[in-house]
Design a protein around this ligand. Structure first.
Ligand code: URP
Ligand code: ZN
Ligand code: ZN
Length: 483
């Protein structure tokens, strides 16, 4: 009988498609076998536990300046530790281009911010804020070095125009990159915010009124149309509205390569949280804003129906003090309060407890939404996001019965928006390439144990979506548009 470096024995394994009882044999950081009665140098007894692919956090802001120029509270060390305690073995934060900066410079900056710090494997999505012709020419080089996805903004000071958006999407379509978009109509937001502030409506609660659902819905529809024109696959991040989700569902149903993401804050919090006493509401300012209970129910329906490919945290940590939320002062109007909230450690426990255990989604769907789909979309599958022979042994072992009341997390934040919730089911051990990162409440990994993962281009084979005939390059229509 073969000996393995590590055997996980007696657990119930769940992937995105199957649930079964078996042992996992790990050698040299890889899954060497899945079988029965395996013998290892080291053994983790997973009896009564769930053995799942480690989570992949595909939307988080780590060691990154916001659109307002504010540095996030978490760096690659604290951010990755918090992610690991929340069941993740890999994450993909953003590398944000500054105005007039080349992509090479941006990536160099983030390489230095991440190197020797992360306890889990990582990659980056670029954020493009200044898509000059030279920058667009550089983009395929970034894809070649494994940074195959990037985000653009339709609002904030970092927004791009529709013309720039089309140029970017064309390059992505031609060279195989995946464009992610923050979709809100900037002029609608500015109009609303100015009207509110002019009338003295400046408290945090007005942040939600200033960013109406219509602004997101209009921008999502426009983004889908722009991507459709040049046949570019598109990921709409942090969808928060029924209309936005319906547009993603409709685009997918007619065969467009459109993907959607939503986040726990839109499922568990509402704009009532922005109306907490004093400035407490500032803790809940994020964009798009929190909506209402009816929206939560509709977003859950879209999750269970498969509209969304991923549920991500959009961890954007700004402390409740002058380094974060109140960097522009404490008595400022809602427009000047830092946007974003933490949640990298909460994403999976929330989705397991309130999704799987409350029977809104199945266990396999939980795995798909939290790991496998991100691995596929962002070019890491089958190395990551699944439990199969030859894959990295990135595994999260969950106790499905452990109950905890949410309190402080392991991030560098001074508040947790989900504090006080009772959550059932927590990850107890997380492995990265066969090594314990977290084990029974203790951090076992060191900063630098996580490695940069060069990602492949998204393989759209087998994903819903058909190339629209008008601009199908293989049929030569629209070739000039796309060249
Ligand atoms: O409010 C948020 N979500 N801040 C982070 C930046 C973004 O738009 O994702
Ligand atoms: Zn965004
Ligand atoms: Zn974000």
């Amino acid at each position: 009988m073969e000996n393995y470096d590590l055997v996980i024995s007696g657990g119930t394994i769940a992937t995105a498609s199957e649930t079964f009882k078996a042992d996992i044999g790990i050698r040299d950081g890889l899954i060497a076998t899945v079988g029965n009665d395996l013998i290892g140098e080291d053994v983790i007894d997973a009896t009564g536990k769930l053995v799942l692919p480690g989570g992949i956090e595909a939307h988080c802001h780590i060691a990154q300046e916001s659109g307002m120029g504010l540095m996030s509270a978490d760096d690659y060390e604290s951010g990755s530790i918090s992610a690991a305690f929340g069941g993740n073995s890999c994450f993909i934060p953003f590398a944000a281009q500054k105005k007039a900066e080349s992509i090479a410079q941006t990536l160099e900056t983030y390489d230095s911010r991440a190197a020797s710090k992360s306890v889990i494997d990582y990659s980056y999505h670029l954020i493009l804020t200044d898509p000059t012709p030279a920058v667009l020419q550089e983009l395929p080089e970034a894809f070649d070095r494994g940074v195959t996805s990037f985000k653009v903004f339709m609002t904030y000071a970092t927004r791009i125009s529709d013309a720039q958006f089309l140029d970017i999407l064309s390059v992505a379509s031609k060279h195989g990159g995946l464009t992610m978009v923050h979709a809100e109509n900037h002029d609608m937001l500015t109009f609303m915010a100015n009207s509110l502030v002019k009338n003295g409506c400046v408290a945090p609660r007005y942040h939600a009124l200033a960013r109406p659902a219509l602004a997101e819905e209009e921008a999502i529809n426009r983004a889908i149309s722009l991507a459709g024109l040049v046949n570019a696959p598109l990921m709409i991040v942090h969808v928060s509205t029924p209309g936005g989700a319906a547009s993603v569902a409709e685009a997918r149903a007619r065969g467009a390569f459109v993907f959607g993401e939503t986040c726990p804050q839109y499922l568990f919090l509402t704009h009532d949280d922005l109306d907490r006493p004093g400035m407490e509401g500032a803790k809940y300012i994020c964009s798009p804003p929190l909506r209402d209970h009816a929206t939560q129910e509709i977003l859950w329906q879209h999750i269970s129906a498969g509209t969304f490919s991923v549920v991500s945290s959009d961890h954007a940590p700004y402390r409740f003090d002058g380094t974060g939320k109140f960097a522009a002062g404490r008595d400022v109007d809602f427009r000047k309060i830092a946007n974003g909230m933490p949640g990298i450690e909460m994403r999976l426990p929330l989705m397991f407890s309130e999704g799987v255990l409350k029977r809104r989604i199945g266990l396999n769907q939980f795995v798909a939404l939290s790991s496998t789909n991100a691995a596929r979309l962002y070019g890491m599958h089958p190395r990551k996001g699944t439990i199969s022979v030859g894959a990295d042994a990135d595994i999260a072992i969950w106790d499905p019965e452990e109950v905890r009341v949410v309190g402080e997390m392991h991030d560098n934040m001074d508040y947790n928006p989900f504090e006080g919730m009772e959550i059932t089911g927590w990850p107890v051990t997380v492995l990265g390439r066969g090594k314990r990162i977290v084990d029974n409440g203790a951090l076992m990994a060191k900063p630098g144990d996580g490695a940069f993962i060069a990602r492949d281009r998204t393989d759209l084979t087998g994903m819903s979506g058909t190339r629209l005939a008008e601009t199908n390059r293989t049929r030569k229509f629209g070739a000039e548009v796309l060249s």
